[in-house]
Write a new protein. Structure first.
Length: 201
């Protein structure tokens, strides 16, 4: 069951609609945070909100929802999710739009992940990669490539084969397994990486 908060209130999934003029719809322009909640409590909320606020300032956004409103919406969605572990995603745009979703966190069926490395998909110096923007097309394309290869996720490398980031997971999980990139025995395509741990929040 998905819990949805949109612009001031909890709504059903069927009631959750964005305007065609919303920057998220027209340009993929906005920010998000994904947070884990346990039994209705969000233990790292302050850290996530500080990162969101810093990104709003760094990217020069005006007219974004107030951080106090984002906090209130996240707390209410987490409470509505109830017992167990939930994944909360807050999306904000300068429309202003505040969308918060809560879903039960999926537990992996197996303790390891397989990954595909994609050379040239990570671009050092891309300052937008420092922020959690709504325009995640590169991630989506990489994840489709991983799925087509029968892997769980994709690891994005720069042109020299150095680790950049992993789609939906902390890149640090892969660092020791990739050693120093493709030249150290990791090749592009399906590779034998087994990575323990859960998905990043």
């Amino acid at each position: 069951m998905r819990v949805v908060w949109l612009n001031g209130a909890l709504v059903t999934e069927g009631q959750a609609h964005l305007s065609i003029d919303d920057p998220a719809v027209r340009f993929g322009d906005g920010l998000f945070e994904s947070i884990r909640a346990t039994d209705g409590v969000v233990p790292l909320l302050d850290r996530h909100l500080a990162r969101l606020d810093a990104s709003i300032t760094a990217l020069g956004y005006a007219g974004m929802p107030a951080i106090t409103d984002v906090r209130r919406a996240i707390i209410e969605v987490a409470a509505a999710c109830g017992a167990g572990v939930s994944k909360i995603r807050a999306s904000v745009t300068a429309h202003p739009t505040l969308l918060v979703e809560g879903t039960p966190a999926a537990r992996p069926a197996r303790p390891c992940l397989s990954a595909v490395t994609i050379t040239g998909a990570w671009h050092p110096g891309n300052r937008l990669a420092e922020h959690k923007t709504l325009s995640v097309l590169a991630w989506r394309v990489a994840q489709r490539q991983a799925a087509a290869a029968g892997a769980d996720t994709a690891v994005l490398l720069d042109a020299d084969g150095h680790l950049g980031e992993a789609v939906g997971h902390h890149a640090s999980k892969f660092r020791n397994r990739l050693h120093h990139g493709v030249g150290a025995g990791v090749r592009q395509g399906q590779v034998g990486l087994s990575v323990s741990g859960r998905a990043a929040s």
